[in-house]
Design a protein around this ligand. Sequence first.
Ligand code: ATP
Ligand code: MG
Length: 428
Amino acid sequence: MSKAGLAAVRGMNDVLPAEIGAWQHLERITRELFAAYGYEELRVPMVEQTTLFKRSIGEFTDIVEKEMFTFTEADGESLTLRPEATAGIARAAITNGLLRGARLKLWTSGPMFRHERPQAGRYRQFTQIDVEALGFAGPDIDIEMIAMTARLWRQLGITRVQLKLNSLGTPDARKAYREHLVTYFTQHAAALDADSQRRLGGNPLRILDSKNPAMQAVVSGAPLLTEHLDAESRAHFDALCATLAAMNIPYVIDPRLVRGLDYYSRTVFEWVTDALGSQNAICSGGRYDGLIDQLGGEHTPAIGFAMGVERVVALLRQGGQEFPRPAPHVYVVASGDRAMQVGLALVESLRDQHAALRFEMNQGGGNFKAQFRRADRSGAPLALVLGDNELERGVAALKPLRQEGGQQEVPLAELAARIPAILTTLNG
Ligand code: ATP
Ligand code: MG
């Protein structure tokens, strides 16, 4: 806690300038990649009615049972900070009348909120980049979406990732499977931990997702959903797997991958890494063919995924890549009040003429020596120097900072025309 008694809220982090380069790199790459695959950006509110999440994510999920930041308005309406983005996007598609048989390829990003126990890679405010394709029955879109994520890791230079796949079948197939599971786990009730006993009544599939090592033996003996798939889901899944294999996108089928949200059907997938300790999922998604009609919209098969930005950024930074702030092209050194005044106006006019060049004007005064120290630290290849002496003659000095010699005086009126060529010689 700071002197003033102020502290950041538990599980909520600042992203400091030293870290922002990796974030912006990821944002830039994903923005371009999604556009190249035909996805458009949509922005939805951070707060929705609590019922939206209860109805979509499911009453017996970890998120709804214990992770939501919920508050009550003066009029009694219950609102919740979004724990994920799919529900809000589905709601937005319905309430804005975007569906009507249309196909939508959408992405969004921003903070999500879950009241979890904070630890490395698990926060209460965290960031997701979220992609959704609405109105596509697949499996072609499932394959393309997975290929897009595989391309993303390649573009980011992330190699320690593995794709896990499973099919959850249709809700009917799942209902039948659920009975097999309940029978099995009831026979082994003594081996279940408290969480799993609770889930046995509400959401027995979630027992398969247990992270408790003591539960692994009983979980590994449980019947598998893949053995109870309906024929159409089986065909969908076989097509998905065969095409991914033909496209040389490696995957492993994980029959216990069930995902924590209720709305999934058929394809579910997760990209995991062995480089981040126990918070190993960096990108998870799946098909949710029933969600939109369940929320009152028209039947719209759909698939989407969400990426945990903090975890992907951690991988990027671990990879040793640096994402430095771009250095200015020109650092402007101006000594004396008059030089400062002239300099400010001069730099504005240079900015007007060269929008792509970065000019950093020395701010906060200082003698020539101090200003040159800052100019060196800025990383700029070139200093533009204005002193009384230069002003009297209507010139500025241009001084290379990263190589010896070559200082020259240039009339103020010619600076805009000369600077680009000088920068080119310095870079070359
Ligand atoms: P986990 O099993 O790690 O709790 P999840 O199944 O709850 O993940 P999703 O709801 O599918 O996760 O969210 C998609 C992605 O968002 C995850 O793969 C992960 O990268 C990230 N994520 C989820 N919860 C958090 C959190 N509390 N802090 C940071 N990132 C998170
Ligand atoms: Mg979770």
